[in-house]
Design a protein around this ligand. Structure first.
Ligand code: ZN
Length: 88
């Protein structure tokens, strides 16, 4: 059984990954320094921000052995996001 909050083929997960890729591409186009494929400044203190597939943004996540980091509000999968991102 697939879980729509984590299935890489589900629309929400695809949209989330697209959101991140667009932000990364913008940063690359501006010549921002990168670390592990993401803009360096996304890791700056006070630490990375996470966005989930439902639009929750937080500096916290719940670790899960099966799915990796999950949103503390909805348990959806997460991406690292840019520091100015806020909940939509
Ligand atoms: Zn969430």
């Amino acid at each position: 059984m697939t879980d729509p909050l984590h299935d890489p083929a589900s629309e929400l997960v695809v949209a989330l990954n697209k959101f991140q890729k667009e932000r990364v591409d913008e940063a690359k186009a501006k010549g921002e320094p990168m670390f592990m494929g993401l803009p360096d400044r996304w890791y700056d203190p006070p630490g990375p921000k996470w966005r989930c597939l439902k639009g929750h943004v937080s500096r916290h996540y719940i670790g899960s052995e099966r799915f990796g980091p999950q949103c503390p509000k909805c348990l959806g999968c997460l991406i690292l996001t840019f520091p100015e991102d806020c909940e939509s």
